[in-house]
Design a protein around this ligand. Structure first.
Ligand code: HEM
Length: 454
């Protein structure tokens, strides 16, 4: 009988009033979460001010909350309300019926077949970057690859959304505005006390100004599109044509703005960070780089990739997937708890939040052999099939799985392949690279490389 008894999750008491807020806001937050999970088991409990938070670190339980009980574990968590300030009520942030309607409307634009139309936009942007790198290589200068990948992936999402509607100057404005905007959003989400954010008046004004600047560019393009009959081969066109089958409704200008901002934000820093880790790993472990080179030479030779090449660049994709395992760009995700519940046998109380972490799950020793070791063969089809699907969640899971995963994978494979055709990237320093964890997993201090022509 005792086997069916429910368990009350345990955890640290924390400090008076703030609870474990400082542990969670610290740069070592993942070590702290790992230690909690080691000590208290699959579900640990701690307090952030008045909020009770449950850290869930078992794939079965994560599946339960993301799939079977998705309606009870919602995106009304504090971190999402912070992101909402920038994204509005978009597919990423909305909940309930509002989310269902948006996802239904927006999803077809991100379907694999539609995304393959954007391949040329990606390869053109990558080629422009590599042409600049030729000059850098001639001058024997170094490249800070995190910045370079950030600029590249931002250019790709801007072009994928708007084709050529932005002038070079506007693309630069978008890039200039994004760095402080992302930094501030990361800070706010890592230190989620809204009242403190409101007190930082100067930062607040700058934050709002950056959002306004982006809004004015986005609304201008939407207005121009509305007043012209010309069709464009880009995401904005697809989103503007997305029609509710039953009601015939289209997305309003405000809704379009929210989705565009979501693609900007969800769709570039994530991929850029993963790519930065990947270049660091390939420089540190050249045996894997050699295999990528062999595949790229064999599949593409010197020609540009197209969507049709994607499935043949399978080793390259495995290397990207394994990078996402060790350094998932979205390391921790929260959900708000609507009603009292049980996850497995653990009692969960409404009003608090549940956290789960791809970073911890991807290194869980019960589900990964030698989890710290980089090994792309984990993604050979047979091995992948045996893996617990909720032990690998770089794109989340269940109905709210990332909408842009096909986009991200095609873009990443093209970046790796085209760069490999021309260069080897060698780390300047042999110091270990530490992850800097906030909303995303960035390499701390960036990744500086020297370019070597192949
Ligand atoms: C390597 C790149 C990427 C990673 C690791 C990533 C990761 C994620 C994760 C973990 C979620 C789930 C969040 C949650 O459950 O709370 C998510 C959702 C989402 N992502 Fe991505 N993403 C990437 C690229 C992209 C791109 C390129 C786009 C768009 C072009 C995009 C658009 C979205 C959207 C719209 C959602 C919300 C889906 C929903 O809630 O229905 N992502 N992403």
């Amino acid at each position: 009988m005792s086997e069916t008894k429910n368990i009350i999750p345990q955890g640290p008491v924390g400090y008076p009033i703030i609870g474990s807020l400082l542990n969670l806001a610290s740069p070592q937050r993942l070590d702290w979460l790992q230690a909690l999970s080691d000590k208290y088991g699959d579900v640990a409990k701690f307090r952030l001010l008045k909020r009770e938070v449950y850290l869930v670190n078992h794939p079965d339980l994560v599946r339960e909350l993301l799939v079977q009980k998705v309606d009870n574990y919602t995106k009304r968590a504090v971190a999402f309300s912070i992101v909402k300030k920038v994204l509005g009520e978009s597919t990423f942030t909305a909940t309930g019926d509002v989310w269902k309607r948006k996802r239904k409307l927006v999803q077809p634009s991100f379907h694999k077949n539609r995304i393959s139309n954007l391949g040329e936009i990606m390869t053109d942007a990558i080629e422009d970057m590599l042409n600049e790198w030729e000059l850098i290589c001639d001058k024997n200068e170094t490249v800070e690859v995190t910045d370079a990948m950030m600029r590249l992936t931002l250019t790709v999402v801007v072009k994928a959304l708007f084709s050529t509607a932005l002038s070079k100057k506007e693309v630069q404005t978008v890039a200039d505005v994004f760095t402080p905007l992302l930094d501030e959003t990361n800070f706010r989400a890592s230190f989620p006390i809204q009242i403190l954010h409101q007190l930082r008046v100067k930062k607040n004004t700058a934050y709002q100004k950056n959002i306004d600047e982006l809004n004015s560019i986005i609304f201008r393009i939407i207005r121009e599109r509305r007043s012209s009959a010309k069709k464009h081969n880009d995401l904005l066109q697809m989103l503007m044509e997305a029609e509710d089958e039953e009601t015939g409704e289209l997305l309003t200008d405000e809704e379009l703005r929210d989705e565009v901002m979501t693609v900007f934000i969800a769709g570039h820093e994530t991929t850029a960070n993963a790519m930065s880790w990947l270049w660091a790993i390939l420089s540190q472990q050249p045996n894997f780089r050699k295999k990528v080179e062999e595949e790229v030479d064999q599949v593409l030779g010197k020609r540009k990739p197209t969507a049709a090449d994607f499935s043949n660049l399978s080793y390259t994709l495995k290397v990207f997937k394994e990078t996402l395992r060790l350094y998932p760009p979205v390391p921790i995700l929260p959900r708000a708890i609507k009603e009292d519940d049980t996850l497995g046998k653990y009692l969960i109380k409404k009003g608090g939040e549940v956290f789960f972490s791809a970073y911890l799950l991807h290194r869980h020793p019960d589900f990964w052999e030698n989890p710290e070791v980089f090994d792309p063969n984990r993604f050979v089809r047979e091995t992948e099939r045996k893996q617990h699907p909720f032990a690998y969640l770089p794109f989340g899971g269940g109905p709210r799985i990332c909408l842009g995963n096909s986009f991200a994978m095609m873009e990443a494979v093209f970046i790796i392949a085209m760069t490999t055709q021309r260069f080897r990237l060698n780390l300047v320093s042999d110091q270990p690279i530490e992850p800097l964890i906030s909303l995303t997993t960035r390499p701390k201090g960036g990744v500086e490389v020297k370019l070597e022509r192949r």
